[in-house]
Design a protein around this ligand. Structure first.
Ligand code: UDP
Length: 496
């Protein structure tokens, strides 16, 4: 017999889940959303992270104070790992060359994580793939560990097939497309897109190798995606991983209020009301939003080309330039020069809020998976410009499977630690042409808009009561409760 709602709720309150987000905005933001989703069903959730990262979550946590979410701070060993003080998040490193030290610091957190789990005895761990030692802790204390990768199932499947079958080993050219075997449908990629090449210079391979071992000790996968956007790849990933998978996204949909969206991930570097009134003054679908995520960085010469290209496009634009790495030095007064049609935000933009505004009709993006999903959720078509990691696979998915945008970026991305050497990859004329095309009214763009609108409706339905993602959150919690009960009854749980 099915338990009644009150019993169900009582049981859920007895479940305690620890969440370990990776210290980078593109991972921490969806992890907080996952905590919110689970806690809003009555489950005790604890977020384990460092003080600086917690400070970015503070206002969101304040708003969520009615939910059973607690936080456990970890001391981040910056100095011991050879990092400057206060570098507790990947986006706060003065150079991507330091990412190796950053990964060392992540590994050094293991004993603190172990102590916390020993003291608080949670029933399950949800942790980022970039924190592989959580799998060892889960094994040690006999509880399930669920992994969160933060990317699409499509890119997880492509990466898996490439590493399993090594189709690139027979290909001489970096730019010649080759077929990736073992996927539900034909997918072609090039060597220049392969994630491993972007991190060669900073020596992260050893760190990545630990993820593979950790996946073996993992109970299942929580994916920020929804079944309807990539059904073949959700199923295929379940098969190849041999584990359960719960697609519960787009997870950001849990904060539909404007304050939540404005403060998502960090404090905005712009006055949010000014930003919104600027957008309010524009026609529907007339503004192109340009943002390359929380980590990407360009040579100053490339920034100048982007700015001048946007200016030449004659479109209204809202352009976010990430702080750090010298970004912004050369563009100096560009913001001033283009202010009639463009708004330039130096630093952190309230992206979810911007994409959701009716004036925004296009998004030039690096194709980080959160950005892709946020665009889909808001029904905004994309100009794809992938730069590193699995962004090329996500871009291929957007262009060839979803067909909700077109590409602008070169065939190759930016190698970490060598971004400044890359110089100009995309000239202003291409930036201008792409913006003009997307914001124009051609038949092909109308079709793109229609497709992304339909996907947006599917995303909304997935997270609504009874929708696939909504149901999957319940299934996930019920599964964890069942494991807790079996363990309490002394029954073995072989999947752990
Ligand atoms: N983001 C934001 N404002 C910014 C830059 C990024 O709100 O100025 C958010 C964005 O909405 C997304 C996340 O940061 O939720 C970036 O994740 P994504 O996977 O797109 O890219 P990454 O930063 O990991 O490369």
């Amino acid at each position: 017999m099915e338990p009644d709602t009150a019993t169900r709720h009582r049981c859920r309150r007895q479940l305690h889940v620890f969440l370990f987000p990776f210290m980078s905005p593109g991972h921490q933001i969806p992890m907080l959303d996952i905590a919110t989703l689970i806690a809003s069903r009555g489950v005790q959730t604890s977020i384990v992270t460092t003080p600086l990262n917690l400070s970015r979550l503070r206002s969101a946590l304040h708003r969520l104070a009615h939910l059973p979410i607690t936080v456990h701070p970890l001391h981040f060993p910056s100095a011991a790992a050879g990092l400057p003080e206060h570098c507790e998040s990947l986006d706060s490193l003065p150079s991507t060359l330091m990412s190796h030290s950053f990964s060392r610091a992540i590994m050094m957190l293991h004993p603190q994580g172990d102590d916390l789990v020993r003291q608080h005895q949670p029933d399950a761990i949800i942790s980022d793939q970039n924190i592989p030692w959580t799998a060892q802790i889960a094994r040690k204390y006999g509880i399930p560990r669920l992994v969160f990768h933060g990317t699409s199932c499509f890119s997880l499947c492509v990466s898996d097939s490439v590493s399993k079958y090594k189709p690139h080993e027979n290909v001489n050219s970096d730019y010649k497309p080759f077929l990736v075997p073992g996927l539900p449908e034909p997918v072609h990629v090039t060597k220049s897109w392969m994630p491993s090449r972007f991190f060669r210079h900073v020596g992260l391979q050893e760190f990545f190798a630990q993820f593979v071992e950790a996946e073996r000790n993992t109970y299942g996968t929580i994916a920020n995606t929804f079944y309807e956007i990539e059904p073949k790849y959700v199923e295929h990933y379940g098969k190849i991983s041999g584990k359960k998978i719960w697609p519960i996204g787009p997870v950001g949909s849990v904060e539909p209020d404007s304050l939540g969206m404005a403060e998502r991930g960090n404090r905005a570097s712009v006055n949010v009301d000014r930003c919104l009134s600027w957008l309010d003054s524009k026609e529907p679908n007339s503004v192109i939003y340009v943002c390359f995520g929380s980590l990407c960085t360009f040579a100053e010469s490339q920034l100048v080309e982007i700015g001048l290209g946007l200016e030449a496009s004659n479109c209204s634009f809202l352009w976010v330039i990430r702080e750090g790495y010298g970004n912004g030095i050369a563009i100096g007064d560009l913001g001033e020069r283009v202010k009639a049609r463009g708004l330039v935000i130096m630093g952190w933009a309230p992206q979810a809020l911007i994409l959701n505004h009716p004036a925004v009709g296009g998004f030039m993006t690096h194709c980080g998976w959160n950005s892709v999903l946020e665009a889909v959720r808001s029904g905004v078509p994309m100009i794809t410009w992938p730069l590193f990691a699995e962004q090329f696979y996500n871009a291929a998915f957007v262009l060839t499977r979803l067909r909700i945008g077109f590409g602008i970026g070169g065939d190759t991305g930016l190698e970490w630690g060598r971004e400044q050497e890359a110089g100009v990859r995309v000239k202003r004329s291409r930036v201008a042409a792409a913006a003009t095309r997307l914001m124009g009214g051609s038949e092909s763009v109308r079709e793109i808009r229609q497709r992304v609108r339909s996907l947006s409706e599917l995303a909304g339905a997935a997270v609504s009561e009874g929708g696939s993602s909504h149901v999957n959150v319940d299934r996930l919690i019920d599964d964890l409760l069942m494991i807790k009960e079996r363990l309490a009854a002394g029954q073995p749980v072989n999947e752990l």
